[in-house]
Design a protein around this ligand. Structure first.
Ligand SMILES: Cc1cc2nc3c(=O)[nH]c(=O)nc-3n(C[C@H](O)[C@H](O)[C@H](O)COP(=O)(O)OP(=O)(O)OC[C@H]3O[C@@H](n4cnc5c(N)ncnc54)[C@H](O)[C@@H]3O)c2cc1C
Length: 454
């Protein structure tokens, strides 16, 4: 009996689909070539996840775990012959514990649903990203997603107190810790955070919650250059409830206005940089006064030339829409790089990439924006062609530059298949070999997301 026959026999055809698996499960947002999985398994219970993996492990059947399929590294894309295991039916908030300030959520729940549930109970789940409406909390944990408020609260990892995962052989490890302090042995949850489904399937997550702030105060600053951006970052970092400090470079700032109808940049930045600043607190009026006086001082010091202060929810949404738009529509040959760098180096890195690519392809345009306070820039060049060989040459130039700057080839999107060839630009041989040893120990038959990460 084959693995697929065993899956159908044990779980039934409500859970296991073999024919005509919808194209939705063939790919993610990375642009990696779509591939139909051998079968699609959509369990409703932990036991069904465990049965799936136990059968696949016995048969040496490879499995790719899928959440909301918004990943940008190709981690959830099936390889030929993989079974796709979707968590989309394992949804919902199991519990909000107000005294502990925690929530326990099923892995297939979208981030937005979890965020809304937390808000409904007077709390905030404090990580956030543009794909919130589709990305699942299981996918966020598996990719250790970053996003918009890392400067204040850290990445997804910092929000996870406990989790439950199913190992390759079907063993369920329930480690649903709610304690802030728990040093009883190894912190096993870390094995499954940021490991992109290569070491286990996450089924439930316990998140730490914080009181929901009453107000967000957002402003957009025009800074003449990156030195001025850094001056402003240094001032705003002194405000304890600073929750975002995002920067847009001029090419990006202009293109989103051109390509996204309805987005009109409220201020002109010329050849400078736009900085988006957000404070989250309980005193909306106080924060408006604070941010106004900081902008006033920055204008006097010459580090801000113009500014727009959001006075309504619509203003705030408009500013964030610019930052989250992403210059993707209809730009031929646009490549996406999500790289980690020391904050002070980011502008020099963008300039170096522009110059190195320009030496070879004079028409290069680089669209850059990012969470610069977290040392993360999305540096997206195009040289005007979709040619795969050209793309590979560009990738090599960009990732070699990342290595020279001692940066990371993936700040937040993960390695998947897209960045696997470049992992050694950021990780030593000893580190990669240790990753392999961990993988071999937890998944000796290599059934979980093979070909991804290491
Ligand atoms: C518009 C847009 C904006 C984005 N913004 C950000 C951002 O600001 N910051 C950021 O970090 N990312 C961002 N992303 C990338 C993406 O949203 C995140 O990587 C997200 O965490 C993926 O969640 P998902 O449920 O879609 O996972 P998927 O794409 O389905 O899977 C991603 C990886 O996780 C694994 N996986 C999924 N679920 C599980 C599970 N339950 N157990 C084990 N492994 C699992 C998959 O095998 C795969 O390797 C953005 C993407 C888009 C499209």
């Amino acid at each position: 009996m084959t693995a697929i026959e065993a899956l159908v026999r044990e779980l039934g055809d409500d859970i296991v689909s073999v024919d005509d698996v919808s194209e939705r499960y063939h790919s993610d947002w990375s642009g990696t070539s779509p591939t139909a999985p051998l079968a699609l398994v959509r369990p409703r219970t932990i036991e069904q996840v465990a049965t799936t993996l136990a059968i696949c492990d016995r048969h040496g059947q490879t499995v790719v775990t899928q959440g909301g399929l918004t990943g940008l590294a190709g981690g959830a894309v099936p390889r030929p012959g993989d079974v796709a295991l979707s968590l989309e039916r394992m949804t919902g908030v199991e519990e909000i514990d107000a005294a502990a300030a925690t929530m326990t959520v099923w892995a297939g729940t979208t981030l937005e649903v979890a965020q809304q549930a937390a808000l409904g109970a007077g709390f905030e789940l404090t990580y956030d990203l543009g794909a919130r409406g589709t990305a699942t909390v299981g996918g966020n944990v598996a990719t250790n997603a970053g996003g918009n408020r890392v400067i204040r609260y850290g990445m997804t990892r910092e929000h996870v107190l406990g989790l439950e995962a199913v190992l390759a052989d079907g063993t369920v490890v329930s480690s649903l810790n709610k304690l802030l302090k728990n040093n009883a042995g190894y912190d096993l949850k870390q094995l499954f955070i940021g490991t992109e489904g290569t070491l286990g399937v996450v089924t439930r997550v316990v998140f730490r919650l914080r009181p929901a702030p009453a107000a967000r105060t957002t402003a957009l600053l025009a800074c003449a250059d990156y030195a001025a951006v850094l001056e402003n970052l240094a001032s705003f970092r002194r405000v304890p409830h600073l929750t975002a400090f995002e920067v847009m470079w001029p090419n990006y700032y202009e293109v989103i206005a051109e390509r996204r109808g309805g987005i009109t940049p409220p201020i002109d930045i010329g050849a400078g940089r736009a900085a988006l600043v957000e404070l989250s607190g309980d005193d909306a009026d106080g924060d408006l006064v604070l941010i106004e006086s900081m902008i006033g001082r920055a204008i006097e010091a010459g580090t801000v030339s113009d500014a727009f202060l959001a006075r309504s929810v619509a203003d705030t949404e408009a500013i964030w829409a610019m930052r989250e738009a992403g210059p993707t529509d209809g730009i031929v040959g646009l490549l996406h790089f999500d790289v980690g760098l020391s904050t002070g180096d980011i502008d020099r890195f963008v300039g170096t990439v522009e110059q190195r690519l320009g030496a070879r392809w004079p028409d290069v345009v680089v669209y850059a924006f990012g969470h610069i306070a977290d040392g993360n820039v999305h540096c997206n060049p195009t040289v005007g062609t979709d040619d795969v060989e050209v793309a590979e040459q560009i990738e090599a130039i960009v990732y070699d530059t990342v290595a020279e700057f001692a940066g990371s080839v993936s700040a937040e999107h993960g390695i998947g298949t897209v960045k696997k060839p470049y992992l050694d630009r950021s990780r030593s041989t000893a580190e990669i070999s240790l990753m392999r040893r961990v993988k071999d120990t937890l998944d000796p038959n290599g059934i979980l997301n093979p070909g991804k990460v290491v």
